[in-house]
Design a binder for this molecule. Structure first.
Ligand code: ADP
Ligand code: MG
Length: 451
């Protein structure tokens, strides 16, 4: 679709042309007519698909330049992303004179932002924490807001920003357009949409969800541990749940893997609730790629995007088997389910033979038994949480400000009543730890340790 087919101003078309944007990308073609029509939308499209211009062209077209009030607010999860969005909006905003776009993100001087705000702006691009701070201090007013955009909504939820986003919403007028953009789309994003949007139209340009495809493989082996390591080295899954039939086996396997420098943690019925939580947080935030679990311990565990499930033993019954392997291949992605069995389990394994399942021998595996697996992130625990009014923005602010980390080095943030967990890219963990230990968060000292 050509931008000329849309009801856009001539100057806008010229600007887009000068940027080399002749044809709308699919997400732009599908969302722009709706956005220009004033609809709330929830849009899912891959990274790099042109989402910024999709909402950017929309909100800039509606802007009344003569009215010096904030008419649009775009919230992004990190300063870097806000910066990218502001740059793209400024490029497109060249079509009209005097459009003022202001960035309000954490880690920058609050005083300078106060100064800029006193000169008024049309569009604010910011991170939820800092925007909220300005609203609370009454240095920002959103009573004339027409369009609210949540960019990278999935990542915003991952980083624990929901509360702040909802607090910001409370400062906006009821009648407005809310646009939600995301690279992935799951129940959490959908739930937020239901809460904050009105009859949102859903637009997806990622592949339509197909039935979950799971590759099922059975491997006959005399050494399960070696076979498992070979599988890891061959397939390099991002995260794996390994099921064992007993808790003793779960503990032993996790220990043995650790000895081989493969990062694994066991979850089983003997753990205290807080220990269980520590384990689940680490697995979900990519601080530990392998979780060894018993069926009971894995109950109620909701991990998105699990790449592989391994049955370390033939499960007791096909129902358990189906339940276990159903955890992989969520949301249309292909998953892998591997079942290891020894000579003793041959008979039970034979019951699983079918045309969809492949049966091979360990000798056919291509991987190596010399394989190490380190996590992408390490978890930092802060002994403070919701009860201390700690918010994701405060943690992010301390880490990107004092510790000098980039937003991209910070993963999932989970905030509980008395504790907060932040996933930090492994190579920056010492930096982050030292800075938080020495410095303050929200003007207070907290004890901080590495999980
Ligand atoms: P997303 O937010 O979906 O990850 P961006 O909005 O950052 O993607 O856009 C990715 C790149 O595509 C940017 O460099 C942007 O300038 C470019 N782009 C956006 N729309 C168009 C278009 N219609 N034609 C050509 N390039 C475009
Ligand atoms: Mg984007």
């Amino acid at each position: 679709m050509n931008f000329k087919d849309l009801p856009l101003e001539a100057e806008m078309l010229t600007t887009l042309d000068s940027l080399g944007y002749t044809n709308a990308t699919p997400i732009q073609a599908q969302t722009l007519p709706l956005i220009l029509d004033g609809k709330d939308i929830i849009a899912e499209a891959k990274t790099g698909s042109g989402k910024t211009a999709a909402f950017g062209i929309g909100l800039l077209s509606k802007l009344d330049v003569k009215k010096f009030r904030v008419q649009s607010l775009v919230m992004c999860p990190t300063r870097e992303l806000a910066d990218q969005v502001a740059k793209e909006l400024r490029r497109i905003a060249r079509f009209k004179h005097n459009i003022k776009i202001l960035m309000l993100t954490g880690g920058e001087s609050f005083g300078r932002q106060l100064g800029s705000l006193s000169h008024q702006a049309h569009i604010i691009v910011g991170t939820p924490g800092r925007v909220l701070k300005h609203l609370n201090k009454e240095s920002l007013e959103l009573t004339n807001l027409q369009t609210l955009v949540l960019d990278e909504a999935d990542r915003m939820l991952d980083m624990g920003f929901l509360e702040e986003v909802e607090s910001v919403m409370a400062f906006t007028p009821k009648e407005k357009q809310t646009l939600l953009f995301s690279a992935t789309y799951d129940n959490e994003v959908l739930a937020v949409s239901k809460r904050i949007q009105k009859d949102a139209v859903s637009v997806k340009t990622t592949q339509a969800e197909v039935a979950n495809k799971i590759e099922e493989q059975f491997i006959a082996t005399q050494n399960k541990e070696d076979s498992f390591v070979k599988i890891l080295s061959e397939r390099k899954p991002e995260n794996v749940i390994v099921f064992t039939n007993t808790k003793i086996e779960a503990k032993e396997l996790a220990e043995n893997l650790q000895k081989r420098k493969i990062d694994a943690i066991a979850i089983h019925g003997d753990l205290e609730q807080y220990e269980r939580n520590d384990v689940l947080v680490q697995f979900a935030n990519k601080s530990c790629p392998i979780l060894v679990a018993t069926d009971v311990a894995a109950r109620g565990l909701d991990i998105k995007e699990l790449s592989m499930v391994v049955n370390y033993d033939i499960p007791h019954g096909t129902e358990t088997y189906t339940h276990r392997i159903g955890r992989t291949a969520r949301a249309g992605a292909e998953g892998v389910a591997i079942t290891l069995y020894s000579a003793y389990e041959q008979e039970k394994a034979d019951e699983y033979r079918s045309s969809e399942r492949s049966f091979i021998e360990d000798a056919e595996l291509k991987g190596s038994t010399n394989y190490e697996l380190k996590p992408q992130f390490v978890t930092l625990v802060i002994e403070g949480g919701k009860k201390d009014k700690l918010r994701a923005g405060d943690l992010l602010g301390a880490l990107t400000g004092d510790a000098g980390l980039k937003g991209s080095s910070i993963g999932k943030i989970d905030i509980y009543d008395r504790q907060a967990y932040v996933a930090i890219e492994t190579k920056f963990i010492d930096n982050a730890h030292d800075a938080l230990k020495r410095g303050k968060i929200k003007g207070k000292k907290f004890s901080v340790w590495i999980l």
